[in-house]
Design a protein around this ligand. Sequence first.
Ligand SMILES: Cc1cc2nc3c(=O)[nH]c(=O)nc-3n(C[C@H](O)[C@H](O)[C@H](O)COP(=O)(O)O)c2cc1C
Length: 223
Amino acid sequence: MGDTMNNEDMKKTKTMAMYPPPDKCNTLKAADANPSVLKFLSQRRSALARAMAAPGPTAQELELILRIAARSPDHRKLCPWRFLLFEGDARAEFGDHLAKIFQENNPNMTSERIEHERTRFLRAPLVVGVVSSPKDCPRGTPKWEQELSAGAVCMNMLLAARASGFAAQWLSEWYAFDGRINGILKLEKTERMAGFIYMGKATENPSERLRPNVPNLTQSWQN
Ligand SMILES: Cc1cc2nc3c(=O)[nH]c(=O)nc-3n(C[C@H](O)[C@H](O)[C@H](O)COP(=O)(O)O)c2cc1C
């Protein structure tokens, strides 16, 4: 009995073999190309949070998504970010705070709008809050670089979620910038939200959006 593996253990072993954790990870060789990743990156789109449904990632899928997110450039290995998970009932409970604070901030808002705020986190089965958490660095990594690293974590999380077969969207909305919400989230004074990554099963396929004209944004520097 003790020797037999259940389904969950087998899946875990397979995931470990395909996506080894940091202590067992052989990094890609510097010159390895990966055309399927290029295709994925060149076609990726965010999805709308309101077009997401259950199920969200399993615990194992989420572990990998967060691990990949944390595998982001980070000057001097400060880990200037952390994650807040909103799942199950916690989404509605947080929604009650959103509705209350939104109403207090906007006393003339309609009750429909207040109810809309209450249900924001119910749009997706999982929302991951990425907290930018800059550290005092005696060797001088600037706060700006640490905040950029938090943005990179959000982007890597979007990619990992999408590559795992989930729709994902990076949102800030008003509650990423509200001091009282920061209090409810128990952020330190030095911390702020880099974003909320909504994840779930897609209920529709996104269409392409207007993309920047990259040559217009690109110049060769000349002295
Ligand atoms: C930091 C950040 C915050 C964002 N906040 C919002 C938001 O509050 N509301 C919104 O509709 N889109 C927001 N977006 C944009 C969405 O993520 C949007 O889905 C995305 O720009 C679509 O682009 P894509 O398909 O190329 O990923 C935000 C993007 C970033 C980078």
